[in-house]
Write a protein that binds this ligand. Structure first.
Ligand code: SF4
Ligand code: SF4
Length: 133
């Protein structure tokens, strides 16, 4: 199923912002600069990275995100590390499982969540993620 980036972004916003710990009680994004949210600042790259993968292995999605999104994100250091990710302050990383699920579902694919075991140490992806403030 083909969806425009705008349609996908609206679907992902509805799914992720509603559970994001940055969201305020009146339903707004609580970031000082809401447009700086890495998930939506780079949404076309996020959607393309997810759609480039056809797998039930979350590691392959993580690799695609690192390759296509983190590589052009201003938060990534030259050595590939990311302080924002380490601090669990990147909504894309913290909610990656939900983002993948939302995009794949919206485009007519399914993602088998049973593959989320044995993630690398420090990986923020979890069934019940929380962004740390
Ligand atoms: S930080 Fe990002 S995911 Fe969270 S509420 Fe703001 S825009 Fe939505
Ligand atoms: S993990 Fe870091 S480099 Fe990757 S998108 Fe998030 S903030 Fe940017």
């Amino acid at each position: 199923m083909d969806r425009s980036f705008d349609e996908l972004e609206a679907i992902v916003r509805k799914r992720i912002c509603s559970v994001c710990t940055e969201r305020t009680t009146d339903g707004q994004c609580g970031l000082e600069i809401p447009s700086s949210c890495a998930l939506f600042h780079l949404f076309p790259q996020v959607a393309q990275a997810i759609q480039s993968v056809n797998s039930n292995d979350i590691h392959q999605y993580i690799e695609a995100i690192r390759r296509n999104v983190c590589s052009v994100c201003r938060e990534q250091a030259p050595d590939g590390s990311c302080e924002t990710r380490q601090q669990v302050q990147c909504a894309l990383d913290a909610y990656l499982l939900l983002v993948v699920d939302a995009v794949e579902e919206a485009t007519g694919k399914t993602f088998d969540k049973t593959s989320i075991h044995n993630l690398p140490a420090g990986q923020a992806v979890s069934p019940n993620p929380q962004i740390r403030l």
